[in-house]
Design a protein around this ligand. Structure first.
Ligand SMILES: *[C@@H]1O[C@H](CO)[C@@H](O)[C@H](O)[C@H]1NC(C)=O
Ligand SMILES: *[C@@H]1O[C@H](CO)[C@@H](O)[C@H](O)[C@H]1NC(C)=O
Ligand SMILES: *[C@@H]1O[C@H](CO)[C@@H](O)[C@H](O)[C@H]1NC(C)=O
Ligand SMILES: *[C@@H]1O[C@H](CO)[C@@H](O)[C@H](O)[C@H]1NC(C)=O
Ligand SMILES: *[C@@H]1O[C@H](CO)[C@@H](O)[C@H](O)[C@H]1NC(C)=O
Ligand SMILES: *[C@@H]1O[C@H](CO)[C@@H](O)[C@H](O)[C@H]1NC(C)=O
Ligand SMILES: *[C@@H]1O[C@H](CO)[C@@H](O)[C@H](O)[C@H]1NC(C)=O
Ligand SMILES: *[C@@H]1O[C@H](CO)[C@@H](O)[C@H](O)[C@H]1NC(C)=O
Ligand SMILES: *[C@@H]1O[C@H](CO)[C@@H](O)[C@H](O)[C@H]1NC(C)=O
Length: 791
């Protein structure tokens, strides 16, 4: 039993190993699968569907050379939500290829080589929301319904230049479509009602190119089907040159189209005039022109009798006008301009709105002239407010022009009595005047990227939102009692501005500045702040900041730009680390107290050592050891009798000087023969070091006479045990030492460490100075005998 188990386990491992190998081999070569189970196998020269983990949610196979999808190619991937096969060479897809993709939401088959579409592909794709089939060489749509099973489809992109015929039932079943793109530049036949959806589609984009010119009837039929008041109609990639090409828009007018947009379109004055005439009286309220090339000068006055009371919004972007400089007054467009409430002309080389024209804009509420060529010279006529012009203007965007004077802008803006939103970003103001005036209604001001270096009291204190991002500002002084949002991103602030200046501020953005830190007391000064975005600053990761950021900051505000993006700049060792992940040691955090404690500990330990040394005479023992080692090394030197100048060197304590000088010396020096005594007081060479003197004297003396008293033993002996032990005078086997006890000394009183003295006193007899006068002569004769040189 056990053996079989083990076998099974081994087999299991081997299989697992092979599986891992096989999978690793397949996956790693072609696809990157990320943590969200999205596998990107784009641009890998694949010729068939590669193997990826079975739980993949997304699979990008675009830009490969896959020619077919067979029945089982995709069957393992039942979790797939996104499948992208854009730009392959797909010729064949098996009927049941998508059978297990119940969860698929996005399918892109664009730019392939599919000649026939099959409804059976889509049978199981009940969850599909976005389907892209453009640019395949199929030639027909219908007559059999194809998308019937796609009950949840919201976006459909369909068609190609090869499409010739569209039959009525092609779109049957698409009940939830929000957005449709239809490409049919070479359509030959179109059955009425083919693109009519069950309910109006929010956005229909048509790319029919030359059909407007060549087959307006067919285009009419298409427009008839897709036009609806709720549908935004986008006409793409067309050239509208003559009045014929605009005929089909009748159908759009009749369908009640309210929003019409032209993209990537070339047109002429003639076609525009004709379009205006065709759409006369329509309910059009929005007209868009994006990437439009106009051949003409705006001479559309033939259509001036038309009625466009509903046309409120004109959105024009990337307009290229060939006869641009012929637009001298635009008076001729008055019949349209009068009604407009919102006008955007973005990137349209506008350098002026002539002063005569502005009174036509009396209904204007929103004017976006960003990315144009307005300058200080031309902004004045452009914002001319005479004759009631701009009286309702509440939003003005002159971002990305070439304005230089903020003073001028403020003066002109003062006349815009309804202005609440002013975007002046991406101009080159550089400086602010000291004094400005603004309309009292102004609430939002955008001065981003205007190269400002310094704040002055110029800005209006009525603002609720102020964007000063991407400038060179360092300090903030002005008070804004109403401000709720302040953007200072990309400046040079080194600390947060003072919170007291903004009693209502809720959101503060101050990323990419030079902030070094912020703390509770900084944030407390903002009474109402809720959101802070301050990542990418030069944070100094001090203990104070790190601990505040990790624990305290959430009590004050919500960090909205990802805590991970708050990164240390200093100290160098922490540069690039997220503040959140920094761990600082106690020592780093409490440097001064830590150093103090450390020093105190060292001092105490040293003190203890000193006390111990003193108490147990450790130093003394150490010196002793050293001396003893030296003594052992030094060879014994025999002393020659001739070298001995003295009979005895007398060593005594200052205490006993009286006895030595008055009794001992006279007695011995007057003896017959007299003894030559060496006394340090008398015979030492002046100027020499005392120790050298003593050594010298001992060396030149036959004996050394120690006059022992309590005092000598406790205070002087130590020097001998130490310094002179290597002369062996204190050696117990040497008899050159003569001891005289001036007073009885109890052995116990001799400190233990003077072991030599103890030994000498034990091993040798010593002479005691008798109190009794009668015994003194005996003492003297003994002493003389002891000092006597052997002849
Ligand atoms: C897949 O990778 C390509 C580059 O190899 C990239 O261009 C594409 O955006 C990636 N697709 C997705 C969905 O990330
Ligand atoms: C495509 O359809 C046509 C007729 O509709 C048929 O003749 C042809 O064989 C089909 N081709 C493929 C590859 O199914
Ligand atoms: C299709 O519509 C047009 C008008 O838009 C009409 O003249 C034509 O008779 C219709 N054709 C069919 C088959 O209904
Ligand atoms: C279209 O233009 C041509 C010449 O430009 C003109 O003769 C014709 O009357 C115009 N048709 C309409 C309907 O305006
Ligand atoms: C501005 O418009 C021109 C065409 O008039 C276009 O070529 C250019 O790319 C546009 N610039 C931007 C930033 O959109
Ligand atoms: C003003 O124009 C700029 C550039 O086109 C744009 O980014 C900004 O959002 C516009 N401002 C408003 C208020 O629409
Ligand atoms: C500021 O404006 C006031 C009047 O509005 C004027 O008296 C004053 O001289 C101006 N100061 C500066 C420095 O322009
Ligand atoms: C200010 O203008 C800049 C540049 O056009 C834009 O990115 C930013 O979003 C604007 N700020 C606000 C608050 O709209
Ligand atoms: C808080 O930080 C500021 C600088 O941002 C500093 O001036 C202030 O002393 C700090 N306050 C406390 C209590 O640490």
């Amino acid at each position: 039993m056990a053996v079989r188990m083990r076998l099974l386990r081994t087999e299991g491992f081997i299989i697992l190993f092979i599986l891992i190998l096989a999978q690793g081999f397949h996956y790693s070569r072609t696809c990157d699968c990320d943590q969200q189970y999205f596998c990107n196998c784009s641009s890998n020269h694949l010729q068939q569907v590669p193997k990826v983990p079975a739980n993949a949610l997304g699979l990008d196979l675009s830009f490969n050379q896959i020619e077919s999808i067979d029945m089982y190619d995709l069957s393992p991937y039942s979790e797939l939500k996104t499948l992208n096969l854009h730009k392959n060479k797909l010729k064949f897809i098996h009927k049941e290829a998508f059978k297990s993709q119940h969860k698929l939401e996005v399918l892109d088959l664009s730019l392939n080589n599919l000649k026939n579409l099959s409804s059976s592909w889509f049978h199981e794709l009940n969850s599909l929301q976005h389907l892209n089939l453009v640019e395949n060489p199929y030639t027909t749509l219908g007559p059999a319904p194809i998308f019937q099973s796609l009950l949840n489809l919201r976006t459909l992109r369909f068609g190609s230049p090869s499409l010739r015929e569209v039959y009525k039932n092609g779109l049957d079943g698409l009940t939830h479509l929000d957005e449709m793109t239809f490409v049919g530049s070479n359509l030959r036949s179109y059955e009425n009602g083919s693109l009519k959806a069950a309910r109006p589609i929010g956005l229909v984009s048509l790319s029919l190119q030359n059909l407007f010119q060549n087959n307006p009837e067919l285009v009419s039929k298409v427009l008839q089907d897709v036009s609806h008041p709720e549908t935004l109609l986008i006409i793409k990639d067309v050239a509208l040159r003559t009045n014929t090409s605009t005929e089909p828009f009748k159908a759009a007018r009749e369908g009640g189209t309210k929003s019409l947009s032209f993209q990537k379109t070339t047109t002429t004055d003639e076609a525009m005039t004709s379009l205006l005439m065709v759409m006369d009286g329509s309910s059009l309220s929005y007209i868009g022109l994006e990437d439009v090339h106009l051949i003409g000068q705006g001479w559309w006055q033939k259509a001036s009798y038309t009625h466009y009371e509903n046309l409120h919004t004109a959105y024009i972007r990337n307009l290229d006008i060939q006869g641009f400089f012929g637009f001298s007054s635009m008076m001729q467009l008055g019949f349209i301009l009068l009604h407009l409430h919102k006008v955007s002309v973005i990137n349209g080389t506008v350098f002026v709105i002539p002063q005569q024209t502005t009174p036509l804009l009396k209904n204007l509420e929103y004017l976006d002239l960003s990315q144009n060529l307005l300058s200080d010279l031309t902004i004045e006529p452009t914002l001319y407010t005479g004759f009631g012009a701009y009286q309702n203007l509440n939003t003005l965007n002159v971002s990305q022009n070439v304005l230089k004077s903020l003073g001028l802008m403020s003066r002109l803006a003062t006349n815009l009595k309804s202005l609440t939103y002013l975007d002046l970003s991406h101009n080159s103001f550089v400086s602010m005047p000291e004094n400005c005036s603004w309309p009292a209604t102004l609430r939002f001001l955008n001065l981003s990227s205007t190269k400002l270096r310094k704040m002055t009291p110029c800005l209006p204190s009525s603002l609720t939102a102020l964007d000063l991002s991407e400038n060179d500002l360092m300090v903030f002084h002005q008070r804004f009692p109403q401000l709720t949002m302040l953007i200072l991103t990309g400046n040079r602030f080194m600390k947060l501005p003072q919170g007291e200046l903004f009693p209502r501020l809720q959101t503060l953005l101050i990323q990419r500045n030079a902030l070094r830190m912020f703390n509770g007391s900084d944030l407390r000064r903002f009474k109402t702040l809720q959101y802070l975005e301050a990542s990418n600053n030069n944070f100094v990761c001090s203990c104070e900041f790190v601990s505040f950021f990790r624990q305290g900051v959430d009590h004050f505000i919500t960090i909205r730009d990802g805590r991970r993006n708050y990164v240390c700049d200093t100290p160098f060792t922490l540069r690039g680390d997220a503040v959140d992940s920094v761990r600082l040691s106690v020592f780093e955090c409490y440097m001064i107290p830590a150093v103090l404690v450390l020093c105190s500990v060292i001092i105490i330990v040293l003190g203890l050592i000193v006390v111990t040394c003193y108490k147990f005479h450790i130093i003394w023992y150490l010196q002793m050891t050293k001396a003893w080692i030296q003594a052992k090394r030094k060879p014994a030197v025999g002393r020659l009798a001739e070298e001995l100048r003295y009979d005895a060197f007398v060593s005594y304590s200052q205490h006993d000087a009286e006895w030595v000088e008055e009794i001992l010396v006279p007695e011995l020096e007057s003896a017959h023969p007299p003894f030559a005594l060496c006394l340090h007081k008398r015979d030492f060479q002046p100027g020499r070091w005392i120790v050298d003197n003593i050594i010298d004297s001992i060396e030149k003396s036959h004996r050394t006479l120690f006059v022992l008293s309590e005092h000598f033993v406790t205070s002087e002996w130590c020097r001998y045990e130490l310094d002179f032990s290597h002369f062996r005078i204190v050696d117990e086997h040497n008899d050159s030492a003569v001891l005289v006890l001036l007073e009885p000394i109890k052995k116990e009183t001799i400190p233990k460490r003077f072991c030599k003295l103890r030994k000498i006193m034990n091993s040798r007899t010593y002479l005691e100075w008798p109190e009794d006068e009668e015994k003194r002569s005996e003492f003297w004769s003994n002493l003389r005998a002891a000092l006597q040189r052997d002849e």
